[in-house]
Design a protein around this ligand. Sequence first.
Ligand code: FES
Ligand code: FES
Length: 143
Amino acid sequence: MYALNVNGKSYSVNVTAETPLLWVLRDLLGLTGTKYGCGIEVCGACTVLVDGQPEKSCDMDTSSAAGKKIVTIEGLSPDRSHPAQKAWIEHQVPQCGYCQSGMIMACAGAMQAGHHGKEILSEMNNVCVCGTYSRIKDAVQGL
Ligand code: FES
Ligand code: FES
């Protein structure tokens, strides 16, 4: 049993220590905004915040996440009012949308670390197969 704090709520999950956090979020807690892409820590579709740091949840053991504060796209704001979410909407960033929750969480993590504009971009190494990079750049510019 592992105690997880996700989006301000406490959960007890009965999984093995090595179960990826992503599986727990999606399959046990129903938080499907966090996506599975590559499964090998490359694409960033599975990015969540763990104690304020962007982490790729496909490669994070549940045992490592226990006792830390996890935030998923569902918990970033109650009403899409986080500045990154507002910028994404203003610049109509998503195409298919699959990568975008990970993109926004990576951006939010960089913002939480005190970065702005180009600094945020340099911290984001997520992959978008639709190629929305120029709109991401525009969205991040004013943050
Ligand atoms: S699914 Fe985790 S980095 Fe691609
Ligand atoms: S918007 Fe389709 S993968 Fe990024």
